[in-house]
Design a protein around this ligand. Sequence first.
Ligand code: CA
Length: 239
Amino acid sequence: MGSITLFGMHILIVEDEEKLARALKKGLEVKGFAVDWLSDSEKARSRILLYRDEYDLIILDLMLPGIDGATITESVRAENVTTPIIILTARNETEHKVDLLNKGADDYVVKPFSFEELLARINSVLRRPTTTQPVVLKVGDIEMDLATRTVRRGEGEVPLTLKEFALLECFMREPGVVLPREKLFDHVWDFNTLSWSNVLDVHMKNLRKKLHHDHEGEDSTVFETVRGVGYRLAGEVRE
Ligand code: CA
């Protein structure tokens, strides 16, 4: 069974080993995730509490200066944060694995681990609540295959960049709904991208151009701009 890589997902990494953190961030970004990295445990706790609905997954190192990963997990769970958490532990800490799960972690990975191993755990954790969702999303005559990461409109395949794919996925998952600029922005880009920049508009323009290429007047599935709010994908959902 091939692994399903999920796009439009926002991950927070909390890790004090800079080299490891940078490698993970880079690797996950290549896979299409938007990734934030924090090394400070207190900042991480506040960020998780403040942006509880923003992150789709948290990767948390166990041994951090200040508050440790297990305590962070326990305290954010006590505040009803339900975001999936994967803990990174060192080999000699594995006897605490049951304890970690009891404190609310969804899974753990023992250091040193391969990137593929972590990715498999991430996909496994993220797929849990999405098992009932179709792998192919269909709105109007647009078809998005999440497994093969391809988009088709009518007969033709629409080549999209990672960011364009992630952006379109947001709309395909909530057709007919006006998605606020902030929500789209936060799902596709990380906190380091300046939110006042016109990066969203540029991507929307490109996405529109690609999707509407050779499709003038054929189908009612179009992006609508809702001034001052965001964008909406109008079109009929198909089974
Ligand atoms: Ca550490």
